[in-house]
Design a protein around this ligand. Structure first.
Ligand code: ADP
Ligand code: ZN
Ligand code: ZN
Length: 750
């Protein structure tokens, strides 16, 4: 079979008698599939034989919906005179092959989500409706008189045209119009038509240009990592590649991808939302050519997303590079999966189907029986735990590939220092010193906007969000107050709405730090990088250009700066406030804080200019900060792991969160109490029920939120309990008064 062979070859499926009943998944909140009779094999559907994975149009109540055939059964529990008929089969082949169907069913059952909703998540928006999988592409076909002309051997004097005619006699082809085709058309021997896009059509795509970038010689550690993975017996193995920032993990991915492409297999690379920077895409396209790569992320238009799906489906691309939902990319000959920054929280979908793309990547690698590489400078405690249990194979890149020294880290005690505009005197002196030396400096602050609080100077009024239990953030540039929890926006008031006195801003945000630095360093150009800047693509690009060219020498940014960007001369990083996260109620807050700090710190230092990192804190004795500074991420992780074990938090237990929200708190709590009572009747003894409790910020976007947390020592026990419990919850009268959802392996506790 050729390499671009298609999904859903009918031979992949057991022989089906297609006069039977078809079970169809529909994108509805109902957790079940629906039975339909096959279409009448007349004009409506042509002769498309329904197969699992195929999309169909079906009547549903008074609407028509697009669904996916999940299985073909002998009979239905629904009486046959009540069964409706499928209206039409949309494509001539399944959109999901057998392996992907298995992954989707696994997802639905593990996360207790409706299969139809999972399948919709896996498709681009356009294919959730009746749009055909195959696009129409312009092509040419031979006419009757053209056939005669060819048989008569005319056109001896125009060999080019004769050759074209010879090609078209075998069948229509997607060709670009050229003078030869045009003169054949003038003779009436060929005509232009629209062809269905197909793998055959793609053979007309020119071969990828040869790579413009040569691979560097690997360091010893890199080459050992690549060799160990490639020489490992074929089949599923999970590798945890732990390498400090700049240690050359990306280079390892590139070389593994190259080796995989040589075996005519495809590669799936997952990156966090924020990590899909032009730089990473650039490195892959430079190495393999843009024609062989599809990029999939949430910022694509529907049209581009559909095109990327089609290119992948029809085997035109060999590498898919994408964020979370790319885990469902229709790759039929997968040979390798890579999850970069595997610890990143953005792999977890927080609404709809609450899946973890990192965890699904492991399932997909197992189904495909191929290796998977999880990479990170700061692996999640879950993954480190899997290494210690022998489930993942560890690989380490301890040094920076370019030979740069690791940066030195130091804590600055904010209580001992004079602080100006949020910056300790030691920080200001260091900024000055590094700027004098011609370097760039980075100020990291975890808050965008001007200031987190707007307060009255006289009566103590604080600008609240009307929809949430939260303060509104001052945005000076937009001249507005914005809520970072619900998105509400109001004009910035000039005086206190209750007493009429003046207002003052309290605290620091990126805008304000930028403003203060402009006053302190008036001759130095400053660039700000946060989500407000990224919102405008042009601002973002020009800001990045100013940084990369070295015009901007002071950078102020949020998490946006922590990953994926190379700053040419950055030697100093100042973390303005490390204290958010030290005392959080979320048991993962400390891990996140450590990961962010290591990541931001990793931005500092070049081969000839060692980096310096200053972390401002009011708690320099905090054990987390101490272990991180004294022993690095390893020491931190070891200490955090111990704490998790003692408290029986993940990875030493498994969680599921049942959440509810309503316009008042009472119905949400009532529902969760009912659910808890149901659970008490049937829960295994080892299952702990925590709550129900209102969220720390109970009111958000006008709704009250509450949660019931379930904790079990074994994943399987939790899963066995959840399925019947959810079925029972669905029938609770109190469920009708709330919006509720189940989150398996939640990563945010609220
Ligand atoms: P990571 O993904 O671990 O942060 P990268 O793969 O981006 O690291 O590598 C960091 C820098 O080192 C990049 O500029 C890259 O081009 C360079 N680099 C990586 N591997 C090598 C190598 N073997 N020899 C020289 N430079 C390398
Ligand atoms: Zn007031
Ligand atoms: Zn709000």
């Amino acid at each position: 079979m050729s390499d671009s062979s298609q999904q859903g070859d009918p031979q992949d499926y057991p022989q089906q008698l297609w006069t039977n009943v078809l079970s169809v998944a529909l994108d509805t909140p109902l957790r079940r599939c629906f039975d339909y009779l096959p279409p009448l094999c007349t004009a409506i559907s042509g002769d498309l034989t329904p197969l699992p994975g195929m999309r169909v149009r079906v009547p549903f109540g008074r609407q028509q919906l697009t669904g996916i055939i999940v299985s073909i059964k002998e009979q239905s529990e629904v009486p046959s005179d009540k069964l409706k008929r499928i209206l039409s089969v949309i494509d001539s082949q399944p959109v999901f092959d057998a392996q992907l169907l298995k992954l989707l069913s696994w997802t639905a059952s593990y996360y207790h989500a409706p299969l139809g909703e999972v399948m919709a998540t896996a498709l681009p928006t356009a294919l959730r409706g009746p749009t055909a999988l195959q696009a129409k592409v312009p092509g040419w076909r031979i006419t009757e008189s053209g056939r005669e002309a060819h048989n008569l051997g005319e056109l001896k004097r125009t060999p080019k045209q004769a050759k074209l005619l010879g090609e078209l006699i075998a069948g229509p082809r997607p060709l670009k119009a050229d003078p030869s085709l045009r003169s054949l058309r003038e003779k009436g021997w060929v005509e232009s038509i629209l062809l269905l896009d197909s793998p055959q059509a793609s053979s007309a795509v020119p071969p990828a240009p040869s790579p413009t970038e040569a691979a560097p010689t690997l360091t010893t550690e890199q080459s050992e990592a690549v060799t160990r993975i490639l020489q490992h017996p074929a089949g599923f193995t999970a590798w945890l590649l732990q390498g400090v920032t700049g240690s050359g993990k990306t280079e390892v991915y590139l070389q593994l991808a190259e080796a995989t492409l040589k075996t005519h297999r495809q590669v799936l690379v997952l990156v966090p939302e924020i990590g899909l920077t032009p730089q990473l895409v650039g490195r892959f396209t430079q190495r393999f050519g843009a024609d062989r790569i599809a990029v999939m992320h949430s910022g694509l238009t529907d049209t581009t997303r559909l095109a990327a799906f089609r290119d992948t489906f029809f085997g035109r691309v060999r590498i898919v590079l994408g964020t979370r939902s790319a885990i469902f990319a229709p790759l039929s000959t997968l040979g390798l999966l890579i999850v970069d920054e595997e610890h990143d929280a953005s792999y977890k979908q927080q609404e709809g189907v609450r899946y973890s793309a990192r965890d699904l990547a492991l399932v997909r690698a197992q189904l495909a029986d191929v290796p998977i590489v999880l990479g990170s400078a700061t692996p999640s405690l879950e993954s480190l735990h899997n290494v210690s249990r022998g489930r993942y194979q560890p690989l380490t890149l301890p040094r920076r590939a370019t030979g740069a020294q690791p940066p030195t880290l130091r804590l600055l005690d904010l209580r001992q220092e004079k602080v100006t505009a949020g910056l300790a005197t030691t920080s200001l002196q260091a900024i000055d010193r590094h700027l004098q030396a011609g370097s760039q400096v980075l100020l990291y602050i975890n808050r965008r906007g001007y200031a987190p609080t707007l307060a009255c100077t006289a009566c103590g009024w604080i600008a609240p969000c009307q929809e949430c239990d939260a303060r509104m953030t001052v945005h000076r540039q937009a001249d507005a107050l914005r809520c970072h929890h619900c998105g509400a926006e109001r004009p910035l008031p000039r005086q206190c709405p209750t007493c009429g006195h003046g207002l003052r801003t309290v605290g620091q945000g990126t805008e304000r730090v930028e403003e203060s630095l402009a006053e302190l360093f008036p001759t130095t150009e400053i660039a700000r990088l946060d989500r407000d800047v990224v919102r405008h693509a042009r601002d973002w690009q020009s800001t990045m250009a100013r940084i990369r060219s070295g015009t901007a020498r002071i950078l102020v940014g949020t998490q946006m700066v922590a990953k994926g960007h190379d700053f040419p001369d950055l030697t100093l990083v100042v973390v303005i406030n490390a204290d958010q996260g030290l005392f959080s109620t979320d048991f993962r807050a400390a891990e996140r804080l450590a990961q962010t700090m290591v990541q931001v710190a990793g931005r500092a230092g070049r081969a000839h200019k060692p980096g310096e990192v200053l972390i401002q804190t009011e708690y320099p004795e905090h054990p987390l900060l101490r272990s991180l500074l004294d022993g690095g991420y390893e020491a931190f992780a070891a200490a955090a792991m111990q704490e998790r074990q003692e408290a029986a938090w993940p990875p030493f237990s498994h969680l599921a969160a049942l959440r509810a929200s309503a316009l008042e708190l009472e119905p949400a709590i009532r529902f969760l109490e009912d659910a808890r009572n149901l659970a008490l009747k049937r829960a295994p003894r080892a299952l702990r029920l925590l709550g129900p409790a209102p969220a720390p910020m109970a009111r958000r976007a006008s709704r009250y939120h509450a949660q019931l947390l379930l904790e079990a020592p074994e994943r399987s026990a939790l899963q066995r309990f959840l399925a019947p419990w959810i079925d029972a919850i669905e029938t609770l009268p109190s469920a009708k008064r709330v919006r509720w959802s189940l989150d398996v392996d939640p990563i945010d506790l609220f």
